[in-house]
Design a protein around this ligand. Sequence first.
Ligand code: KG4
Ligand code: ZN
Length: 339
Amino acid sequence: MKNGKFITLGIETSCDETAAAVVADGREILSNIINSQISIHTRFGGVVPEIASRRHLENINDVIQAAFDEADVSIEEIDLVGVTYGPGLVGALLIGVAAAKSIAFAADKPLVGVNHMHGHIAANYLEHHDLEPPFMSLVVSGGHTEIVNVPEYNSCEKIGGTRDDAAGEAFDKVARVIGLGYPGGPKVDKAAKEGDRDAIAFKRVWLEQGSYDFSFSGLKTQALNYLNSERQAGREIRVNDVAASFQEAIVEVISAKAVNAALEFGQDRIVMAGGVASNSRLRELISEKAAEHGIEVLRPSPLLCTDNGAMIAAAAYYAYRAGERSGYDLDAVPALEFN
Ligand code: KG4
Ligand code: ZN
């Protein structure tokens, strides 16, 4: 405890960010240190798991120390250690889990393993201090595209998800194909601002009537086919138009399904989460569609949309309050399911 507040240390190493944060009462960020490896992985065109683990190992102690220092909190003052234990890259997850276990053991503090996706949703509690469940959540990241009903804290009911590529993965793949490089999402977002979203009629994949599932793998093939036929015809590729048209095909389907889900489950709020929630066109379109039905859309600021330790601390806090505890046998679960 510090100044009467419950202090949580949150640790996140599931992919290419080594992150640690100190959060008070599950809502107030005292520090949020993120050591991104993006510049290291860029030259390989994506995250190299072995390099990611090694970097996490090199950085984790400094990142945690920096989180304590910036928050001006000592190890004795923390009340809880929360750590991402899945889903993610196994070697990367293991570094965070080992660090969290060591601190919990050494300082004799409780430990809670956090589902990374629950963390993305909990990022909203740090930003919107009055937000409480129930709400509908749209989780769109590099590995996930999920519509989740959140009836109460620490409870998630997945009602739809991707059957193949995640939204962020689709952005990253198309960015590579049109030569924008890694990480693709922010680059496509930027290029699309200068492009015509009606230039190319990419097919929208709605799946069965009433389904909240997604399929984005066909879009990459459509983009590839389009580029090949344009090149064969000797026409110049307008990268901004491809980016804008492709982005529209993704965000139109995501926005419509999220709004339909909120309507069907009687929720008047959609809470966005994950890296792709930073996408400016998705933000704009979903807000427009939701407003037609009196639904409010919330999302964290871009810094809290990407992987960070504060969101893990927030999720750990609510899991702890709901009675969850992890033992020292906590292990990394790379394919951890949502629920
Ligand atoms: O949540 P996140 O940081 O990591 C995962 O847990 O996966 O999400 C990363 C993903 C990447 O695929 C990245 O390209 C995408 O989010 N992304 C975006 C934007 N910013 C990040 N996609 C579209 N538009 C953006 N502005
Ligand atoms: Zn993430």
